[in-house]
Design a protein around this ligand. Sequence first.
Ligand code: KG4
Ligand code: ZN
Length: 357
Amino acid sequence: MSHEPLVLGIETSCDETGVALVRGRTLLADAVASSVDEQARFGGVVPEVASRAHLEAFDATLDRATAEAGVSLADVDAIAVTSGPGLVGALLVGVSAAEGLALALERPVYGVNHLAAHVAVDRLVHGDLPEPAIALLVSGGHTSLLRIDDVTLDVTPLGETLDDAAGEAFDKVARLLGLPFPGGPHIDRIATDGDASAIDFPRGLMSHDAEHRLDFSFSGLKTAVVRWLKAQAESGEAIPTADVAAAFQEAVVDVLVSKALAACADEGISTLVVGGGVAANSRLRSVLSERATRLDVRIPPARLCTDNGAMVAALGAALVERGRPPSSPGIGADSSLPVTWVTARRSGLPGPAPGIF
Ligand code: KG4
Ligand code: ZN
């Protein structure tokens, strides 16, 4: 390869239209258009609204990314696009755009896994991940602990949520507290004025249950918040919103950090990378820095934790650099793509990447 690959990354799995350009491990541009304000009216993501918003936003977001990076599409060496997991209609907008661009530009296209991309984005900030590493993936749809032996090829799930994802729990509790969607950032903000020890909310699956040592459960916590709020309302007392937010957040963070540390100890691995929207949480970041002093903890800045195109381009560049084969035409959208598939399940035949570099 004569130069570091210039990779265009496209993300449309949920409500963010993300288009980014990465050269090797350098982020040149990261344009994001969000339909979250439209979604907030419904209190959650409506798939049809998301798909239409991606269609409407895509061209302008692509133009913004190329202008910001100071490159033309003809300079792009490869294209990476989220092919799953996510909302089928939303994914299809990105996949169709990526395949169209790949055909027009005669460049390879990689259909990639959104979850692996949340892990790979950290290479843009802290350099290539020392492998093996443990990843704590905490987003609106997923909560997992992963062993990363090769972020382009070999990802093994160690534990996952049995019910709600961590971000989903934040969003549901925020709704109970009358906060807008998505609730995570709002809980994070108001919790700073609250007393986390004011209420002792339960920590799910924290007993010494060997079977679920690295799994998560947040539905009991959510129910406990519902019950507590109901009892408080019945007693006629005012709801101490900041205390509820802080105590709830503390329970989630305590479980996430405890289990991430347990995974590192079990696997004998000292690098922990944290990704996904909930990785933006300020309390999670500070508790990790307090409790994980013996580990190399890598958390990208908040804007790279929530969905964006940079994460997809970052994984795409790693795939190109490691000579992984691109996807064959007809990538498709795979709403339940398992995390063990770093690239699209219908990915191309084994073989070297086209020798265009
Ligand atoms: O990764 P992401 O942008 O989309 C998915 O792939 O799901 O994650 C979105 C989730 C939402 O549930 C949102 O409430 C949560 O991440 N989130 C946060 C924070 N920022 C975003 N949760 C807690 N604290 C935050 N600061
Ligand atoms: Zn995500």
